[in-house]
Ligand binder design. Sequence first.
Ligand code: NAD
Ligand code: WQD
Length: 367
Amino acid sequence: MLRVSTEEKLKKCITGACKMVLVKSIRMGDTVLVTGGTGYIGSHTVVELQQKGYEVIIIDNLSNSYENVVDSIEKITGIRPGFEQIDLCDKLSLDDFFNKHQNITSAIHFAALKAVGESVEKPLLYYYNNITGLINLLICMIKYKVNNLVFSSSCTVYGQPEILPVSEKSPVLKPLSPYGNTKQIAEEIITDTSGKSKIKGILLRYFNPIGAHSSALIGELPIGVPNNLVPFITQTAIGKRECLNVFGNDYNTPDGTCIRDYIHVVDIAKAHVIALERLLSEKNESGIEIFNLGTGKGNSVLEIINTYQKVTCNKLNYRIVPRRPGDIEKIYADTALANNVLGWKAEKTLEDMILSAWNWELSLLNN
Ligand code: NAD
Ligand code: WQD
């Protein structure tokens, strides 16, 4: 039924009834479930999937995103993805969903709560949402024979590594927050489940995703005061915040501020399509594979601020304040495995990342 609906949607595009997009081939039968698909990274991934011809169905409970993201995805790609507002913790609704959509062959699982500070305040909310949601998803995947899973993990599992750049072989350290712990536990749950079922998984450990789609139709929408650096920069620059606090300039780094591996969200999204294709074409070398998604380059907080000022020609109001508790000093990825085995490489520059984040912030002025 869904295959027909894709053909109809494409026909609509070709006759110009909706904004045209070039979809070279439709991958019949490869319907992909994207959980958390109206969120920041999920929405960019849905765009990339559709542009590669995949049929996509999103599940999201809209706890941290809006349904109109589906409209924006349609504007970009010319194709409206399927969408159902379902909470992954609602086991019965999830089962009904899988029962209704038996053409799903794979899942990309983004849906999770992700605010580190909030997870310290509300650990049970984080363990309940992130772990229950994953378990319910895996139960349905086994029951309905959906065997391919791409999972959003995080560099947070490495803590402060002793050796940089950090590779997938680096030790996973005791997590600094309940959020980080949900990622470690989730990796273990998926690995154990894969060992006892037909599920094959690729666990992608993202470093620091920033930026937005070049259309400025989708991007990051932090609710309330942003915790992350780049949304705080753009919100300060646009006047929503008075001043950016730079948390510490007394670290053991060249300019004293912390170093991270910032990566464009579109590069991250493309890695998901490649990971999915690896599973679908059975090129994976083991039941579970893990890849770092970063650029391999570290940038300091001051370098990010300077890049913002350079690409936008705006001056940013900032001040140095004491360190933020729990921050690690520096981390950046060893990307050799992702480059050589997954066949993916980050392409976009830091300037691309910051400018796209700024264009997205500007676009929000009109909404
Ligand atoms: P996001 O909050 O923008 O997207 C997550 C989406 O999941 C939201 O739309 C939310 O409404 C939905 N969701 C949450 N719980 C749900 C549930 N129980 N049922 C259904 N939907 C639910 O976050 P994001 O930045 O796009 O992150 C996506 C994934 O990547 C998350 O798993 C996150 O932990 C992981 N990750 C993010 C970053 C980052 O810096 N953004 C870094 C590493 C890993
Ligand atoms: C980056 C740098 C701050 C805000 C967090 C999560 C991690 C991952 C990504 C999901 C740090 C500094 C920040 C500000 C600042 N998410 N900063 N002023 O801390 O690397 O990682 O998001 O898995 O789990 O912990 O990212 O963007 O918060 O901070 O000076 O107002 O910017 O101290 O050095 P972080 P971030």
